[in-house]
Design a protein around this ligand. Sequence first.
Ligand code: ADP
Ligand code: ZN
Length: 297
Amino acid sequence: MKYYGAVEAGGTKFVCSIASDPDHYVEEIRFPTTNPQETIGKTIDFFKEQMKKYTLKSIGVASFGPIDLHPDSPTYGYITSTPKPGWKDTDLIGPLEKELGLPCAFDTDVNGAALAEYRWGNPENVKSLVYYTIGTGVGAGAVIDGKPVHGLLHPEAGHVLLRRDPEKDPYQGHCPFHGDCLEGLCAGPAIQDRFGISADKLGENHPFWDVFANYLAQTCVAQILMLSPEKIVLGGGVMHQEHVFPKIRKEVLKLLNGYVQSTAITEHIDKYITPPVLGDRAGACGAVALAQSAETE
Ligand code: ADP
Ligand code: ZN
């Protein structure tokens, strides 16, 4: 059996594990994201200990961002302009490669999750897929032909601007950069801030879910029109509200108004906009998927 190191580098916690694939996790450790020195130190210590027991092929790091993904850049492998205190301009990959001597793959947490869904949650065998997390923040990753989409930096689709109806939703949004962008309107903390109770306590019949469905539908429509993916996966804590999926799909059809003529949308939208097949494990599996991509024989 082949073993890979996986790091789910989140803003609140790090999860480091040893796995072969999503069904075979053999070791795992979780610890809070404190300062970079301590957090990266604990990550290195965990793998050094495990490498006494397992021969690792490579390590995959699926990280919160923004991050520098350009191999030619002097700051490749860094967490760059994050507002998270102490983490701005932090070299995450350099110390891991130096101390562990293994090839490391590095990508955003959401590109990792998109790759995991593409590889292990894709019975339709689509060639392009977009993955959103709607949780503490909102982010999106995309995979085309097995490769995560990078570009100038990497997609930051959680911060796109939406058309907000000030009558139905007078809330100004909580994104410190943009106010009422997608994350500012739909992330868990934005819902909590709006109503003074957490999203999971609102109840299925709360009128907000129609507004929320409209925002997510606007988001899906933008992806359909710009990237034209073959599948859109909506994950993260807030999407545990499964009753919103039918509302989002219906609203997507309404907003598109017949413009995009693909039966994947017009007839099979239930399979086109879906929860993650890997469920809440999509993020964690992302790091394993990335590690597999970095493997050198
Ligand atoms: P993170 O984004 O930090 O990785 P999650 O994806 O679990 O973590 O998202 C956490 C957010 O999701 C919180 O704001 C929480 O209120 C919200 N959340 C968790 N479970 C539910 C639920 N069942 N319904 C609605 N919102 C939820
Ligand atoms: Zn924003």
